[in-house]
Design a protein around this ligand. Sequence first.
Ligand code: UCC
Ligand code: FAD
Length: 580
Amino acid sequence: LDSHSHSLFSRSAIGTFFQERPLLTNPFTQDALLRAYLRRHLPEQEVQRDLLRFGERLVTEIEALGRQCELKPPVLQHYDAWGRRVDRILTCDAWTRLKHISAQEGLVAAGYERTYGEWSRVYQMSKMYLFAPSAGLYTCPLAMTDGAAKVIESLGVPVREAFERLTTRDEKRFWTSGQWMTERRGGSDVSSGTETVARRQQDGRFKLYGFKWFTSATDADMTLTLARITDRSGHSTAGSRGLSLFMAEVWDADGSSNGVEVQRLKDKLGTRQVPTAELLLDGMNAQLLSEEGRGVASIANMLTITRIYNTVCAAAAMRRISHLCREYACKRSAFGKLLKDHALHVQTLSRLEVETRAAFLLTMEVCRLLGREENRSASDRDTLLLRLLTPVAKLYTAKQAVCVVSEGLESFGGQGYIEDTGLPSMLRDAQVLSIWEGTTNVLSLDVLRSIAKSSGSVLQAFFVDVNERLLAADASAALRPAVSSLRTSLSALKRFAQTAASRPAGTLELSARDLAYSLARIYMGALLVDHAAWEDATHTDIYAALRWCDQDLCPVVSGDAVGCYDPQTAAMDTALVYDG
Ligand code: UCC
Ligand code: FAD
């Protein structure tokens, strides 16, 4: 009777094995390279203590908030119960909490307090880098907030309250900002794509009329945006010279919008935590910030900051997936042993680690240069390098992040594809990094712009800087193969650059992406070598530098060798793409 009732009433057997999940532990203590980098450059105990404490807060509090933002995406309420148009963007409590935490932790403020002089940006961005993968994309509004503060500071315009609110640690006063540039006709080609007009009012302020096609974190308190000022007869200037930069508060004190209709929220592949809207500006009150017609040049400072944040977040995504992959490999067994004991699996993870390290060092170098510029301690070379490396770092690390996160998901096998592990959202969110804030090609052209505008000085600065770093590593026998391939690539790149100007029209444009990749790979190699040549470096630092330099460091020269940039290639590319 007993065994009969047992089989009748017991639950069906589901087995006894349950895989242990990968556990997130303090990302600061887990990150050997970040700790070593800070030990070398910013060894203040106070910084170490703050990051250690913040790492714990990430694990015990912030990680869950970020996940909630993914699970409870924002919704748009068009009408109130009585039929009035209200256009409220409703975000979850965790999103609000992340805003408060961002203020408390000084995630933007630290960049402006400048407690650590020229290293202040390195401190701030180290914290941002730890925060980003747990933050439910709250880094997106923070990036634009920081960018807006930078624009206001650099233009020296009298909007003190806004600047103070963007950079405060007081969560009750803290404001975030949007960055509304993209319109239906063009997000890359902002100059011809912008149809929004600005009508001057009696009091010297403006009313804006237009349609912004992508506006992220639209729950922001204020925004910077571009529009064309019209004259009395309603005419405006076309192109870049017709664009001016405006600042506006998005919501009035009573919660109603400042002449903004939220048409709808975008239905997106990723970044679902962030409200991204289409907005009709129907008489939005705004203040002119730039000189008339200097809108693009004036918002460039915001682009620099947001592109650096993009880079930080790309490197951070790589670090987080690598962290989780190695953790999981200590828990998951296959074919009789843990994944960590399968050499081929660990080789795969080590390749992700090399990419992550290279991305991290480039990221921190750009932050260091930004900090020096803001501290007024930048040399001419630093300034030139900051201009060149900002687009290079953004475009290259974004692509790396997609590859590294994708490969990383595979290392969890089928679980990497399962939503409630939280892993797939990492891939979705990585995919946007190469699209917003300038696509890969548009940023490659920005690299060319920086070269042309400086009459080649940015490239000179690049060559001198890489050379110096390699010279300093000459004493290391272990690094010799890496140094030697970097020197060979650098010379080849120099030869390419010397002949580029005299080539047929169109050559440079066709080579732009490969040129940007070459600059990225060589510079990352130089930074890995530089780090590995440091007296406290480890064998793994040397190994990472050697592995990085095993690849084609200068794809623009390889591409040139097979005629990729010859003028007739463009016609062949067209024929190939449109075959049939
Ligand atoms: O996507 C967006 C927000 C996403 C959410 C935030 C995420 C943040 C990261 C968080 C991570 C989790 S906002 C939309 C972003 N949109 C773009 O990035 C636009 C992409 N297109 C470009 O970048 C184009 O190259 C343009 C729009 C800048 C090109 O405009 P023009 O008018 O054709 O360019 P011009 O005529 O060459 O340049 C006009 C002036 C020049 O200065 P002057 O007049 O003094 O000679 C240029 O040197 O602007 C200057 N300029 C720059 N200066 C242009 N680009 C730059 C630059 N990058 N740096 C300095
Ligand atoms: P297009 O400019 O039409 O580009 C299409 C393709 O053409 C791209 O592959 C591009 O690389 C290529 N291309 C364009 N020009 C050239 C060229 N000269 N040479 C070679 N190739 C070229 N914008 C904002 O202003 N504010 C926001 O808050 C914001 N949030 C966003 C959030 C999300 C989730 C996304 C996806 C976008 C957001 N954007 C925002 C818009 C984003 O900045 C633009 O989508 C982006 O800059 C590209 O512009 P586009 O969509 O018009 O593409």
